[in-house]
Design a protein around this ligand. Sequence first.
Ligand SMILES: NC(=O)c1ccc[n+]([C@@H]2O[C@H](COP(=O)([O-])OP(=O)(O)OC[C@H]3O[C@@H](n4cnc5c(N)ncnc54)[C@H](OP(=O)(O)O)[C@@H]3O)[C@@H](O)[C@H]2O)c1
Length: 351
Amino acid sequence: MKIAVTGATGLLGGQVVRAALADGHEVTAIVRSNGAAQLAGLDVRQVRAGLEDVTRMGSALRGAEGLIHCAAVYAFGSDRADEVARVNAGGTRSVIEAAAAAGVGRVVVTTSSVTCGSSESPSARDESAHLGQEPSPAYYASKVAQEEVALTAAEAHGIPVVLALPTVVVGGPFERLAPSNAIVLRYLLDPTRSTYPGGCNVVDVRDVARGHLLLLEHGLAGQRYLLGGQDLTWRMLHTLVADLAGLPGPYAEVPAPVAWAASAAAEGWAKLTGGSPLSTREEALTVGRYYWYSSARAAALGYSPRPARDALAASLAWLVISEHVPHFVRETLRLAPEVRAARPLIPSPEV
Ligand SMILES: NC(=O)c1ccc[n+]([C@@H]2O[C@H](COP(=O)([O-])OP(=O)(O)OC[C@H]3O[C@@H](n4cnc5c(N)ncnc54)[C@H](OP(=O)(O)O)[C@@H]3O)[C@@H](O)[C@H]2O)c1
C-alpha cells in the first residue's frame, strides 16, 4: 500500500515509518524540515508540507492510499497551551480536508488514551469512557478537541477515519525528549528516588506503531482504539526502572501537592537557565490518579504489546546514550543485560 505519515520525524511517526517499510509498504514521510536524523538511512520519500497548508498537504498526499496522522505538539506547560490547541485540533482538521481532496482512501489519526479520562481507584478504562472534570493539562483538552474535529471532518468530507489512542509511549530512537521518555529520565536524575501515588499504562513505541498499521487496514471508521501495554502503579514503574538501571529505591511516595511544588521549582529553574523543565505543574495535576486502560478492542484485531519491562528497557537503552543523561549519572548506572540488548533490536541503531 502507498502510505503517507505526518510527524515522521517524531518518536512515534519514526517507528510507524519503520514498521510500514518492514511490511513492504511504499512510504511518504511528510515533514516540516528535511534531513532529520530520525529518517536517516530509511528508504522513504520526504515531502515538506505544513499541517495547516491544505494545498501543499494535498499535493504531498496525492497518490497515497492510506494516511497515518501522527504530527502534533506533545508538550505540557501553560506557555505552550495555545500552540498545543491550534496544532492538535486545527492541524488535524486541515490534514483530513487535504486527504479527502487528494482522494486518500483511509486515515488513522493519533489521539491519546487521556481522552478516556482517569480513575480515582486502580481500575482500567476502555473506549466507552471520556475525560471528565478532573484537573487536566491543556494538552489533554487538545486531544479531546482533536477527536471531535477528526470525526466531524471525516463526516463532512466522506472519508473513513479511525482514531488511535496510545497510552504512555516509551522507546526510541528520538531526537526530542518526549514527556513519556522523560518519566524514565526523571527517576535516573532524582537523587531522592521518590515515587507517587496513582499509576499509568506503559507501552513500547514499536507496538504502538504496529497497532497503527493494524488500524489502517482493519480498524472500523469512526471508532476509537486504545493502544496500550501494561497498567502499572507509579511504584511498580519506578521499581522496574530502578531494577533495569541498577539504582536503589523507590523510597517515599510524594503526595500530589509536593509533586506540584517540586514541578513549580523545576519550571522556575528552567526559566532562569533557559532550559526545558523536566516536570511541569500541569503534569503534577495527574499525580494520584490511575491512567489505566484496556486495549481489548485492538487486541481483537491482533494487537499484542510486549510487557512494560521490555518497553522500559528500550527506553533506557536510548536514554543512556542521549545528551539528557549526564556523564556523572551514567557512571552510577549498572544496566541490566536486557537494556544493553534492547538497542540493537530497534531498526537503525546508529541514530
Ligand atoms: N509519546 C507519547 O507518550 C504519546 C502518548 C499518546 C499519544 N501521543 C500522540 O502521538 C503523536 C506523536 O507523538 P510523539 O510522541 O511522536 O511526539 P514527538 O516526538 O514530539 O513528535 C511530534 C511530531 O509532530 C511534528 N509536529 C509538531 N508540530 C508540528 C507542526 N506544527 N507542523 C508539522 N509537524 C509538526 C513534529 O515535527 P518536528 O520534528 O519538525 O518538530 C514531530 O514529527 C502525537 O499525536 C501525540 O499526541 C503520544
